[in-house]
Design a protein around this ligand. Structure first.
Ligand SMILES: *Cc1c(COP(=O)(O)O)cnc(C)c1O
Length: 489
């Protein structure tokens, strides 16, 4: 249905003199600003902002909000991102006045409830990871990587150790080498074998006394559990290095195995992925990290601490950690996301979290089994919580790319999967259904792919046809843009 309101900019809807509301004339005389601030360069004319009624504005933004796909409206199988349903219960609890009205500069004594909640969520993160030291401060997974690597660098500095290298498998998320580089390490890429596992010969040849950290994502971005993880951890530890676990894929292993038990020394969570926080345009993330005891002194301050004394129990923000790397973010972190994670963990309970992962893995394997005959999955016939299909054959035979397929899925009412990542699979289509989708939804998705594969290449190159904007980031000389992004002066 054509929707005029949403196709026009506020500037185009503007009518001179139109107002949302009218304030009474001011009883205070207007000062002459130029006289008050004679040396200032002041604007001589009004800013030329759009002039609109309240109704115009509300319609404009409400309509805009319906043009996007979201977890609340569509199946969203975006691999690596764990776009599970965000329970509304979490939103209600995180919006309680006692939580949203807290001021971050309030004295600890007046924020005991929040500090207790944060202290407890630290405990849950430690228990689920098997790593006791926790910082809630990092604002996203990527910043968690950065923070943990800064702590590792401080640890090596204390040891007087000159370790300069961070090793990263070729299937890693781009944030891994980026974080290592930002901390001042050199990154070296470790090859994967044909089956997606780490090439042990290459790793053995690369680990030496310059190795600071091996960063590994397990389960990997291919949706495979790295079975050599113990051997990898022993190899790196024997050389004096540390293991960093990128925890973005924790949704596959909650309550089943723990990074601390399979050799990791530090890790981050993505609560906005694993613990159901809204993300991807829906809200900010968080990147709490967990570390082994010997790295704990280096974690950022302040830390959320519990004090048991004769007067009873209280909670505080602790700054007395002389080896700390200091702050990486204002206050304690993105506590709105952490409150949602707390609610999710409490609502699921230990057994429930394990079932989350079991069902995430079951859903992914069901989808893999249904899809593999249509779209080859090069790295294995079983997966963890996600898998990576390839449109390589399709590209050779019909000239249809992973991008074409992803774009066409939008016309069928499905958010596109992740494409062209990981880099180790050609024409990668990375699919993560999550545990919150029904068999009916997964079946409908398979049917959509089947139908798309029967279409002619021309249709697919032109997709999507039903969305407001088609392919904004691609050069399509023949196509007129659907929307003109011109702003009147
Ligand atoms: C999402 C993701 C990250 C980065 O996390 P953000 O919270 O987006 O910063 C890192 N590694 C992997 C494998 C991811 O999927």
């Amino acid at each position: 249905m054509r929707n005029m309101q949403a196709t026009q900019l506020l500037f185009e809807l503007s009518k001179p003199g139109r107002r949302a509301n009218r304030l009474p004339d001011s009883e205070v005389p207007q000062p002459d600003m130029q006289e008050l601030y004679p040396t200032a360069t002041l604007r001589q004319k009004p800013a030329g902002l759009p002039e609109l009624s309240e109704g115009d504005v509300i319609r404009h933004f409400t309509n805009l909000s319906t043009l996007n796909m979201s977890v609340d409206t569509h199946f969203y199988p975006l691999g690596s991102c764990t776009m599970k349903y965000n329970p509304k219960r979490n939103e209600r609890l995180a919006s309680l006045p006692g939580i949203v009205d807290l001021h971050p500069l309030q004295p600890d004594a007046t924020a005991q409830g929040m500090l207790e909640l944060l202290y407890n969520v630290q405990g849950y993160f430690a228990e689920i990871s098997g790593l006791p030291g926790v910082s809630l401060q990092p604002a996203a997974g990527a910043q968690g990587e950065l923070t943990a690597l800064m702590a590792a660098a401080a640890y090596f500095r204390d040891l007087g150790s000159q370790r300069t290298q961070v090793l990263v498998p070729d299937s890693a998320h781009g944030t891994n080498p980026a974080s290592a580089t930002m901390v001042g390490f050199q990154t070296k890429t470790i090859r994967s074998r044909e089956d997606g596992s780490v090439d042990m010969d290459h790793l053995r040849a690369s680990v030496d006394d310059s190795t600071a950290v091996f960063m590994i994502t397990n389960p990997s971005t291919l949706g495979l559990f790295e079975n050599q993880i113990q051997e990898i951890a022993d190899l790196v530890h024997d050389a004096g290095g540390l293991i960093y676990l990128d925890g973005a894929n924790m949704n596959a292993i909650l309550g089943i195995t723990r990074p601390g038990d399979f050799g990791a020394d530090m890790m981050h969570y993505n609560p906005h992925k694993t613990f159901s926080g809204p993300h991807g345009g829906g809200g900010p993330g968080a990147g709490p990290i967990c570390v082994r005891d010997f790295l704990e002194p280096y974690l950022p301050t302040p830390r959320v601490e519990r004090v048991d004394s004769a007067e009873g129990v209280h909670y505080r923000l602790g700054y007395d950690h002389p080896k700390s790397i200091g702050r990486v973010r204002s206050f304690v972190g993105n506590i709105g996301v952490l409150v949602r994670a707390y609610c999710y963990i409490r609502a699921c309970g230990g057994q429930g979290l394990k079932e989350v992962s079991e069902n995430a893995v079951l859903n992914a394997n069901y989808l893999l089994t249904q899809l593999a005959p249509l779209l080859p999955v090069p790295k294995g016939s079983r997966c963890m919580h996600e898998f990576v299909a390839s449109a390589s054959k399709l590209k050779k035979e019909k000239g249809v790319t992973a991008m074409d397929l992803a774009k066409r899925l939008l016309d069928f009412g499905f958010h596109a999967p992740t494409v062209y990542f990981p880099l180790t699979v050609q024409e990668a289509v990375m699919i993560e259904p999550t545990e919150t989708e029904s068999k009916e939804t997964l079946d409908a998705f398979v049917e959509a792919i089947r139908e798309i594969l029967s279409e002619d290449a021309e249709t697919l190159h032109d997709a999507p046809k039903t969305t407001r904007i088609s392919r904004p980031d691609e050069v399509q000389a023949a196509r007129k843009p659907v929307m003109k992004w011109t702003v009147s002066p």
